[in-house]
Design a protein around this ligand. Structure first.
Ligand code: UDP
Length: 324
């Protein structure tokens, strides 16, 4: 099988590429390296079944050619990370909308299977827990930049489902919840790599707000297993599916766990949201996926524990930067 991964030099994309190569499949990656990094795919370059193109998915002619060669397309290229979204809203909106439009259009011309990566952000401020794929999405005011991400991704979902209904495109939308693991950078604000880097340097751990906000963190290996299984399942076509873990932890407890695992001398520093992000920033106090649809389809959901996830990020950091 030939797999095309847009955003394949990114954190999740590079792990997905690796998984398909390990199965003996052929993989092509397209990435403009805006948030992805060539370092994420360097180790794959010597594999004869691997190819990569450094370009923007919005370039329809390039994407068309790559889609043509593929049996299945994973569209992961997107502007990600709350920090980036708040700082560069124009880039976020245009990248997310245009890129998906090009991928869907090209895939529909050739009737290629497409998996569109969406995000748990689309649930927004909903307080109906756990988040189920069929429930209403609750998005904040348009003057608050964060919501541009949720809205652009919700539009991507509408587009994917519309192509499926109207043009018979075999498309699946996956809503990825907080995903963590080796190679993820803290540069775009992601909390676990940020906390681990701070802890390994014995620097203060920056807990935003009061730290009572809760998240469920899934390991990227589990996420990739789910992506591969969903792409193979005919029942996933035309559906929106959550991918995430149900192990919930508050950000304050997460900071304490990181300190314990790294045996760090770091202290916890509470940082007001206005200082961490722009003024008027809204955070979600809780985010937990309903994974019953995922389990029904593929038989499992992400299970790797938060402690193991932290440990894998610590191992990755120590391995790469010899911090200790
Ligand atoms: N967070 C934090 N300190 C940091 C980075 C993030 O307390 O240095 C918090 C952030 O405000 C949010 C949670 O950790 O409540 C998860 O943030 P992340 O950006 O990783 O993902 P999100 O769930 O916001 O998409």
């Amino acid at each position: 099988m030939h797999v095309l991964i847009t955003g394949g030099a990114g954190f999740i994309g590079s792990h997905l590429a690796e998984a398909y190569l390990q199965r003996g499949d052929w993989v092509t990656v397209i990435d403009d390296l805006s948030t992805g990094s060539i370092r994420n795919i360097n180790h794959l370059k010597s594999n004869e079944r691997f190819a990569y193109v450094i370009d923007d998915v919005c370039h329809a002619r390039v994407t068309a050619e790559l889609v043509d060669m593929a049996d299945v397309v994973f569209h992961l290229a997107a502007a990600v990370g709350v920090k980036l979204i708040v700082e560069r809203p124009v880039h976020t909106i245009t990248t997310n909308l245009e890129g998906t439009e090009v991928v869907l259009e090209q895939a529909s011309k050739k009737s290629k299977k497409v998996i569109i990566a969406s995000t748990s952000e689309v649930y927004g401020k909903s307080e109906s827990f756990p988040f189920n794929e069929e429930q209403d999405l609750v998005i904040g005011a348009t003057r608050r930049a964060r919501w541009a991400y949720a809205c652009s991704k919700a539009m991507d979902e509408f587009m994917a489902l519309a192509y499926h209904r109207e043009r018979n495109l075999p498309a699946t939308v996956v809503r990825l919840f907080n995903t963590v693991g080796p190679r993820q950078t803290g540069r775009y604000g992601m909390v676990i790599p940020t906390f681990v880097d701070q802890a390994l340097r014995n620097k203060p751990i920056t807990v935003y707000g009061d730290g009572k906000q809760r998240r469920c963190f899934g390991h990227v290996f589990d996420t990739v297993k789910c992506l591969v299984a969903l792409a193979e399942h005919p029942g996933a076509i035309g559906k929106v599916v959550n991918i995430g873990s149900q192990h919930e932890i508050s950000i304050l407890d997460l900071a304490k766990l990181v300190i314990k695992i790294t045996d760090s001398r770091s202290e916890i520093k509470f940082v007001p949201y206005e200082e961490a992000y722009a003024e008027g920033f809204e955070d979600m106090m809780r985010r937990i996926p309903d994974t019953s649809r995922l389990k029904e389809l593929v038989g499992f959901a992400p299970e790797i524990s938060t402690a193991e996830i932290i440990q894998s990020v610590v191992d990755d950091r120590r391995h790469r930067s010899h911090l200790r």
